[in-house]
Each structure stands twice: as C-alpha cells, then as structure tokens.
Design a protein around this ligand. Structure first.
Ligand code: FAD
Ligand code: SF4
Length: 487
C-alpha cells in the first residue's frame, strides 16, 4: 500500500478535455494528461483493501492494487510489468474501457473511486515513451501453426499469447488495416490509430504474420484452414440491427458503422466514394449507446446543423440505481465527451416512419412517445402514448442500434454450431467449438461486448488452444472454473 492515508488526503482527479470549440475542429484525441506527480498521488488513493473487488470487476483480473502501489512508489517499470502480466493492450483499455473495476472499487462506497483506468493509461504510455515495451519473440518454436480469423482485440490478444507459447501464428483480416472495431468502428478522436500501429509493430517483430484484405470464406477458401494445426475465430459480432419501420430504405437513412468507418478512412487519406456527411444537416442519431455517442461526436466535427439523439429506453437515474448496488455495474446516466459537444437527447421515443420527398430523399422522422409496462414474470411491454406523435425535420438519420450477432458465413462453411443468440457456440472457459481444433473468442462467441472482454477471451482461448496442441500450457489464466482442465 503506497500511503496509508492517501485516500483521505487526495481527491480524485481526472484528465481534462480541451475546450469543445477547439476539439470539434479536428479528429485527434483531446485529453489533457495529468502530471506524473499527480498520477503518483492518484495511485496512493488505493486503500489496498482486504478484498480488492476491483480484481473481479475487471474482466482481465488486472492486479490493480499492485500497480497502483508501484505507481505511488515511482516504480513505473514495475507497474508496467504488473499491468502487462494480465493485459496485452492497456493502451486500448486505458482509453476506452468503461472501467467496471472503478464501479467495484471499495473506496467508491464512500468517495470517488480510484482513477484506475487513467492510471493504467499513464503506465503504458510511460512504458512506450521509455522504450520498456519491446518485442518478446519466443526462444523456441513448437512447429505448430495457428490461423486467427479477425484482427480485433480478441484476435490480437490470442495471437500474441499463442506466439509467445512458440506457435507460428498467422492473422487473417478482411479489412485493409488491422484492428477490428478499434480501427474502423471507434473514431480517431477516441483512439488515434497510431496507437494501434505502434502495438502491431511489436507483434510483427515478435514474429506474427498479418494478412489484410483476406476475407476467409469469401476470397480465401475455408478448406485452406486445414493446413493449420488450430484455428481461432475472432470475427466479431458485425451483423447490424435495423428497424422494421416504413421508409427505412430512404436516401439519408444510414447505418452508423458505415458513417463512422468512412470518416476514419477519410482522416487517413483513403478514397471514399460519396462519403455520407452530416455537414449542414439536421441529424438524428437513433440509439443511445457508445456507437450513438460516436456518431454524435463525428456529426459535430463534420459541422451538422443540429444533432438529436433518440433512445427507446427510459432515462437512467443520475446516480447509481438501487437496483444495481455496489459492487455491480450501475444503471446510471452516462454523459460522454461527445454528448458534451452538443446534442439534444430524448428518451422513451420510438420512430414510426422515415418520411421522404418525391425522390425518396429523407426529409423528416415521425415519432411517438412510449412507456414500458412491467408485469412480473413477463417480458416488458412497449406501450405507445396516444396523442404524442411528432414530426422532426431530418436529412440524415444514423442507425446506431447495435449488432444482432456474428455473421454466419464462417459457421455455415465450417459447420460450427451456434447458440440460441446466434453466437458461435463454445463454452465459457473452454472456447472450443464443436470442431475440436477450431476455437472462438470475443464478440463472435459472447455477442456484442467490450474491448476488455475481447482481450480477456483472446488470452483465455489462447491458453486452451495451447493445452489442446501441447497437452499443457504455461500461458497465464484468470483461473476461471474449467480453465485448468485439459480438453
Ligand atoms: C462504434 C463502436 C464504438 C465502441 N466503443 C467501445 C468503447 O468505447 N469501449 C469498449 O470497451 N468497447 C467499445 N465497442 C465494442 C468493442 O469495439 C468490441 O466489443 C470489440 O472490438 C470486440 O472485439 P473482437 O476482437 O471480438 O471483434 P472486432 O473488433 O469486431 O473484430 C473482428 C474482426 O474480424 C474481421 N473479420 C470478420 N469476419 C472475417 C473473415 N471471414 N475473414 C477475415 N476477417 C474477418 C472483421 O473485419 C474485424 O476486423 C465499440 C463498438 C462500436 C461498434
Ligand atoms: S481493463 Fe478496464 S476494468 Fe480492467 S482495470 Fe483497466 S479500466 Fe478497469
């Protein structure tokens, strides 16, 4: 424990943001880092409590009090070693994780929790700056070959772990760049893409082969996967949700992922034909989650005339709801940096129609206010409130409704079983599909989720692949039940 009275002496400090008027003019990150001495103080707020609930709050099982202690001691290199022992890519989680660990921090019961996520970011950035993060190629090779399909955080974590175990790893990615949703989903102003490139350079130097523009099952025959001793499918959950609403095909109703991907490509000088732009438009973003928030930030940067957000669920409470007590993830209103940049947020509202002109161009949205009827033992029922119909001028509607599950191409061609939610079926802790040498991890296995879960699943799946190939594994595990049992 860094300082016995640290949590009494120091208040939580978070990174500031540059002013809205400046940051909406560009697509770069806009956080203002805290000084090293301030981060050291923040580390000392950790109470090193008897049972650190943050360990189980973090899906990676990050050793949070241990790295907090090292930061407070000024032992940054040791902090980096501890952090990397459970997390392959803290530079992603340190920027983008919703930090369930902080919601289960014991200090959070009476005070603001320890700023764990920001400490994590500072440790890894310091480590890169000092040159402590170096390629660690394996000393010997096993002669076993592994194909990883998909280069999101799950595929990258699995690749790094399996390569470290001495296997020869090839990662196939259908996009023109590595990174999955880190690359083309999450906007550059939340994660500058150089941060991904910096890590990929390390993975390449460790001996991992990356093949882009390879769409397995489309321009690469799945039969060729038979040349590998094992395969890990990490293709994400990319099947986009739509609405069964009249006018959905109107010119001006656009999937959020198309809008976001195009903008990131343009930032990097790639050719995008007929880019969808929010410039001078009345934009309505349908969907109140992270993707919706990213669309709001991007629309404001493109110079939208107005930005409005619709969410069909009720407005969450401003503070932790009693239905989600500590240490659980709270049901609570989230206001992101993109929301702060300008948006009118509406809850309990449903889109009834996309209205078009004679040329099929979107001109307005017709909505109705709704309420949810809760009957114990039954599914919540959506009730429209009579007399609340409203028409909203709109020339760009962005559908940020999430994903229904993974695409079925690979499952169909390889004969992989799916679960009731259409995810690729593999038991948690085992990651093995019905085909013994094919494993799956990340959003493809668990459905739309988080980066931290993708990294965790990639790591754990790697260990299971290693056990499958070698009969045992020295790769680390969170020791979830079932993990240690050879398959
Ligand atoms: C807009 C947006 C914002 C988000 N923001 C956050 C956030 O702030 N914090 C957070 O924690 N999470 C966030 N998420 C969720 C997070 O990005 C995902 O949970 C995470 O990326 C899942 O990782 P993955 O590796 O399982 O899959 P993905 O990142 O989806 O990667 C899958 C990869 O597989 C490739 N692929 C698929 N099929 C094939 C094939 N047949 N052949 C070759 N390649 C294939 C795809 O092209 C893709 O690159 C966000 C998601 C979106 C859409
Ligand atoms: S990865 Fe996320 S949950 Fe885990 S310690 Fe970091 S911020 Fe917390």
């Amino acid at each position: 424990m860094g300082k016995v009275t640290g949590f009494k002496e120091f208040e939580r400090q978070d990174e500031a943001y540059t002013p809205v008027k400046d940051r909406v003019k560009h697509y770069k990150e806009f956080t203002v880092p805290l000084s090293d001495s301030e981060i050291t103080k923040q580390g000392s707020r950790c109470m090193d409590c008897g049972i650190p609930f943050c360990h189980s709050g973090c899906p990676l099982g990050n050793l949070i009090p241990d790295f907090n202690h090292m930061v407070h001691q000024g032992e940054w290199q040791k902090a980096s070693w501890i952090l990397h022992s459970t997390n392959n890519f803290p530079e992603f989680t340190g920027r983008l994780c919703p930090a369930p660990c902080e919601q289960s921090c014991v200090l959070g019961i009476i005070e603001d929790p320890v700023s764990i996520e920001n400490i994590e970011k500072n440790i890894v950035e310091r480590a890169f700056k000092e040159g402590w993060i170096k390629p660690q190629p394996p000393k010997t090779r096993t002669g076993k070959t592994i194909a990883i399909v998909g280069s999101g955080p799950a595929g990258l974590a699995a690749a790094q772990q399996l390569n470290r175990a001495g296997h020869t790893v090839t990662v196939f990615e259908r996009d023109d760049e590595i990174g999955g949703l880190l690359r083309y989903g999450i906007p550059n102003f939340k994660l500058e893409k150089e941060i991904i490139d910096r890590r990929i350079a390390i993975l390449e130097a460790e001996g991992i082969t990356f093949k882009v523009n390879v769409n397995v099952g489309v321009n690469y025959d799945v039969k060729a996967l038979k040349d590998f001793d094992a395969v890990v499918l990490c293709g994400g959950a990319t099947e986009r949700r739509s609405l069964p609403t009249p006018g959905i095909d109107a010119d001006g109703v656009v999937q959020a992922m198309d809008f976001l991907t195009q903008q990131t490509k343009v930032v990097f000088g790639k050719e995008v034909k007929d880019q969808v732009l929010a410039t001078d438009k009345d934009v309505i973003v349908i969907g109140g989650g992270d993707t919706g928030s990213d669309c709001i930030g991007t629309s404001n940067r493109q110079g939208a005339k107005s930005v409005t957000n619709f969410e069909i669920m009720p407005k969450p409470p401003g503070h932790r709801s009693p239905t989600t007590p500590w240490p659980f993830w709270p049901l609570q209103l989230k206001t992101s940096s993109s929301h702060q940049e300008g948006v009118e947020r509406n809850w309990l509202i449903n889109t009834k129609e996309f209205i078009t002109d004679a040329n099929g161009k979107l001109t307005a949205l017709k909505t109705v206010n709704v309420e949810w009827k809760m009957v114990p033992g039954e599914r919540p029922q959506l009730i429209e409130i009579e007399g609340t119909e409203k028409t909203w001028p709109c020339d760009l509607a962005l559908l940020a409704l999430g994903f229904t599950g993974p695409e079925s191409t690979l499952a169909d061609q390889l004969g992989i079983e799916k679960d009731a939610r259409s995810n690729y079926k593999a038991e948690y802790g085992k990651y093995q599909t019905n085909i013994p040498n094919i494993f799956t991890a990340g959003d493809m296995r668990r459905g739309q989720s988080l980066i931290v879960w993708a990294i965790s699943e990639g790591r754990e799946a790697a260990r299971q692949v290693d056990i499958y190939l070698m009969g045992k594994s020295d790769l680390p595990s969170k020791n979830m039940s079932g993990d240690l049992v050879p398959l």
